[in-house]
Write a protein that binds this ligand. Structure first.
Ligand SMILES: Cc1cc2nc3c(=O)[nH]c(=O)nc-3n(C[C@H](O)[C@H](O)[C@H](O)COP(=O)(O)OP(=O)(O)OC[C@H]3O[C@@H](n4cnc5c(N)ncnc54)[C@H](O)[C@@H]3O)c2cc1C
Length: 388
């Protein structure tokens, strides 16, 4: 009998299986689709990892995010984090308050620079080709910002989990979780698997598993997309010449230097997608979102983009857009985690923390903001709370 079952093998679940196996805990992971599928939230080439966040608690947590990925790098001897430098761009009157970011970084003594538009254009000439970064646009520059590989990073965690002894079952949808005395039965089409603890890392599908246990979380699942735009001079956007960038306004857009798919420059809109059902949603690009993004990127770095390649992906948004990481109230041997559409940078940290919870370690004060019972999690959905 396995000690722990992990349900859902995206970034968070694969990291949990990895850290449990690394601790010599016998772990079985269940994935409803094939490993590496593109129906959830952890596929495609890249995700931003950064220290700049809007609260000191998150800034402090980002140290753990880097540390946990570096521990995985040390374990497998492979490079995972690519440090590129990143600039959060604040136009005058920005919808997102720069003060919460600069104050949080300062409170945690994390170095950053506060630079104006002229400095941004001189450091990264690509911005000088556009019209958006005017002298009164301010930039919060963090040298530690970088990229973690979503799909390849998840595959690495799965490979290492198996190498450390985990059993990962793909095409194994979990139909239900049932308490069985002090243990838990995980029900699939192949029958019941009894374990001591269950970790739910099912993101957009989480409420499907919680409902039979009389629990649910207010959440909104949206279909987001990222686009890769060909350009005559892509080298202008190479790592070292172009940073990770985030436009801190409403709408909010973000992008990367050339990485992963070297045929196009990647950009996306945060929370630009429509609400969907994860099982019936489509995979076709939304042309309106593509046009909005192209128009923005041409203002940002000038014209010259060809027709994009677009991939879709799911956001799972909690009311306050804070994580969920806790055991279920009244059911201590079931824990659940949600990355609230900004969790991949923390995937290795989530995994290490969830492995600790599954082994009976106390949650600790750092996790209090992510508890199941916090009022913000059960508040009515308010999209303005997502503008962070
Ligand atoms: C476009 C986009 C851009 C993003 N950018 C960033 C970024 O720059 N930085 C960042 O930190 N984060 C970012 N995120 C968020 C981040 O990618 C997610 O928070 C993270 O990937 C969530 O991982 P997960 O493992 O919880 O979810 P998923 O990868 O969706 O995994 C959940 C898994 O559970 C499986 N599952 C569900 N129900 C069952 C069941 N009953 N039985 C078995 N298996 C089941 C699903 O099939 C799925 O594989 C972005 C997300 C998107 C969509």
């Amino acid at each position: 009998m396995a000690d722990v079952a992990v349900i859902g093998l995206g970034g968070l679940g694969s990291a949990t299986a990895y850290w449990l196996a690394r601790r010599d805990v016998s772990v079985v992971g269940f994935e409803q689709f094939e490993l590496g599928h593109v129906r959830g939230a952890s596929h495609d080439h890249s995700r931003i990892i950064r220290r700049s966040y809007h609260t000191p608690e998150y800034v402090r947590l980002t140290a753990g995010a880097y540390d946990a990925w570096q521990a995985v790098e040390a374990d497998c001897g492979e490079h995972i984090i690519t440090v590129t430098g990143g600039v959060d761009l604040f136009p005058p009157g920005a919808a997102i308050d720069h003060g919460t970011y600069t104050a949080s970084l300062a409170a945690e003594r994390v170095p950053f620079e506060w630079i104006d538009g002229a400095e941004i254009r001189s450091r990264w000439p690509a911005f000088a080709k556009g019209s958006l970064v005017t002298p009164d646009v301010m930039g919060l520059y963090s040298a530690e910002t970088g990229i973690v590989p979503a799909g390849p990073g998840t595959a690495t965690l799965q490979r290492l989990a198996v190498a450390h002894g985990a059993e990962l079952r793909e095409h194994s949808p979990v139909r239900e979780i049932r308490a069985a005395g002090g243990e838990v039965d995980v029900i699939t089409d192949d029958g019941a698997t009894r374990v001591g603890h269950v970790v739910i890392t099912a993101d957009a599908w989480t409420n499907r598993l919680l409902a039979p246990m009389g629990r649910s979380i207010p959440m909104v699942v949206t279909r987001e997309q990222v686009s890769y735009f060909p350009h005559a001079d892509l080298q202008r956007f190479a790592v070292g010449r172009f940073p990770v960038w985030i436009w801190m306004d409403d709408p909010s857009f973000y992008g990367f230097p050339l990485y992963g798919d070297m045929s196009g420059l990647k950009g996306s809109e945060d929370c630009g997608g429509s609400e969907v059902d994860p099982d019936t949603r489509t995979f076709d690009p939304d042309p309106g979102m593509e046009d909005r993004l192209r128009s923005f990127m041409e203002q940002l770095v000038g014209p010259g983009f060809g027709a994009p390649r677009t991939a879709t992906c799911l956001y799972t948004l909690t009311s306050d857009r804070d994580f969920l990481l806790d055991t279920l109230p009244g059911i201590p041997n079931v824990s659940v985690a949600l990355g609230a559409a900004h969790g991949f940078k923390f995937a290795a940290w989530f995994g290490r923390t969830l492995a600790g919870l599954a082994c009976g370690e106390p949650a600790g004060p750092d996790l209090a903001p992510f508890s199941f019972d916090r009022p913000g999690l059960h508040a009515p959905i308010d999209r303005s709370a997502w503008m962070v």
